[in-house]
Design a protein around this ligand. Sequence first.
Ligand code: TRP
Ligand code: SF4
Length: 340
Amino acid sequence: MALDTTPAPKSKGVIFSGMRPTGLLHLGNYMGALQNWVELQNEYSCIYCAVDIHALTTVETPQDTADIQPNIEDMVLDWLAAGIDPEKSIVFVQSRVPEVMSLHTLLSMVTPLGWLMRVPTFKEKVRQMNESEESVNYGLVGYPVLQTADIILYKADTVPVGQDQVPHIELSREIVRRFNNRYGDTFPEPQAKLTEAPLIVGLDGQNKMSKSLDNHLELAASPEETARRVATAFTDPQRLRRNDPGRPEVCNVYSLHKLFSTPQEVATVYEECTTAQRGCVDCKRHLADNINSFLEPMRERRREIQGRPGYVREVLEDGAKRARAIAQETMQEVFQKMGL
Ligand code: TRP
Ligand code: SF4
């Protein structure tokens, strides 16, 4: 395997993005982030990271701890199956480049506590956990500082994220500005690059697709399993009998058709649903077929990768080496600028 120390230079800048290792990914993760990551590989030098240290902010039980390693492997296998190419991009696990923890500590010296306590995701988390701001872990308050360290350790300038992460990237920019002001120009101000992905609603027809709500379709599921789950999807609640005309505009099966079926097919679904010529069972089977065709290339690549035992681990080791070489260079500069 190639052992370059830097990603191949591309016409545009350096991309960094990360995902917490939650295990097997679903269609919402793919449409919302992964698909975009794959495309960006051709224009940017990309660095993709499984952020296991960030995952520790929500560990509570021994099971949570035991899940981390298998979750990393499952997630990275999904990345590779989706088309993340280790020849084009650096793929690694956050904790394997421990320099990020040093940079996190040093950035905490230029980050006012008030900035962190105002971050909406922090306030939300405190509310969710039913704790006071006084009792939550110090590490949780510093979550966006660690995220900033992730990005700027590689002097990345572009960060593909969803809307919910924009306040974090704004904060990264402020931390960078402060650092550069105090210690001299060192880091580029990272820019969020919003993914213009359609929000994928889950099989319950109500909420964003998510593993915790069990309304998701896993990328790794078999065609049969996928069809079985699609068959459970909620449809137009007012369509009680086969002869009732349906309302595609309130049916999530229809919105999924818009993503996975051809415009021609979508028009047919609309026509046949509103005139009661199509039943929901057939409509879902049709959708499942199209989703399965969409997922087939990923399944093929997954099979290939699984036929090479140890491959994922090898990719991650190589990625960590390449990432670490960049990180060490940055840290040398940071130590020197900060007078250490
Ligand atoms: N906070 C991000 C999330 O929850 C994950 C993340 C960690 C990240 N470090 C990052 C995203 C750096 C982009 C860049 O989704
Ligand atoms: Fe939804 Fe299709 Fe049933 Fe119409 S026929 S209500 S689009 S599942």
